[in-house]
Write a protein that binds this ligand. Structure first.
Ligand code: 5GP
Ligand code: ZN
Length: 113
């Protein structure tokens, strides 16, 4: 996607503070952190949202989820963390490229606002 900010970050066209990268995914610090640790995990493939995941993306979707604990360990989140995936307008998704928020190093509140 030509005009997608996270595609540009994935291609290195826009700088980001990277935490982890491999052939399929990238993890970088959020520009406006909502917790002491707040990173975004994205697939390098442009998928607009959770609703854009197709059958053919099962392995990639699984890889994203399985990677979370590794990234959490890398970031020292042994006390726990929150995983958030906003989807669509009501979910307050603002960037239309699938991303997982990993938030930690503070006690979260529940229910979310
Ligand atoms: P959403 O609301 O779509 O779930 O989350 C989008 C997230 O992307 C927000 O937390 C926002 O701060 C972050 N973000 C938006 N643009 C950029 C950017 O250019 N670089 C980084 N690192 N984060 C961004
Ligand atoms: Zn994209």
């Amino acid at each position: 996607m030509d005009n997608c900010i996270f595609c540009k970050i994935a291609k290195g066209e826009i700088p980001s503070n990277k935490v982890y990268e491999d052939d399929d995914l990238l993890v970088f610090h959020d520009l406006e952190p909502q917790a002491p640790v707040h990173v975004l995990m994205i697939p390098k493939k442009h998928i607009p949202s959770l609703n854009g995941l197709m059958e053919e993306d099962q392995a990639l979707a699984g890889k994203l989820l399985v990677k979370v604990k590794e990234v959490a360990e890398l970031l020292g989140l042994e006390n726990g963390y929150r995983l958030v995936v906003n989807c669509g307008e009501d979910g307050l998704q603002t960037v239309l490229h699938l991303h997982l928020h990993i938030l930690g190093k503070r006690k979260m509140t529940w229910p979310p606002g």
